[in-house]
Design a binder for this molecule. Structure first.
Ligand SMILES: [Zn+2]
Length: 71
């Protein structure tokens, strides 16, 4: 997936959004055409993404075993 800034007069692809797109995603055939997003929608998307992909702290996600296993 490739993202580029578009300078054309393309409308943002988000439903209900009337802004002009600032960014353009090329999906190389995954979708039939490029996706275009404006600055605001991009930020909103990014917030959603960052919620979905929470950067894991160094110690997480596996708790270290504090007790030695006894057999
Ligand atoms: Zn938009």
């Amino acid at each position: 997936m490739k993202m580029s800034e578009c300078n054309g007069q393309i409308k943002c692809d988000f439903y209900g959004c009337t802004h002009l797109a600032k960014y353009s995603f090329s999906t190389k055939g995954f979708l039939k055409r490029e996706l275009n997003f404006c600055d605001d929608c991009m930020k909103e998307m990014f917030e959603c993404f960052s919620k979905a992909c929470i950067p894991k702290p160094v110690e997480a996600p596996f708790k270290r075993k504090t007790k030695k296993e006894t057999k």
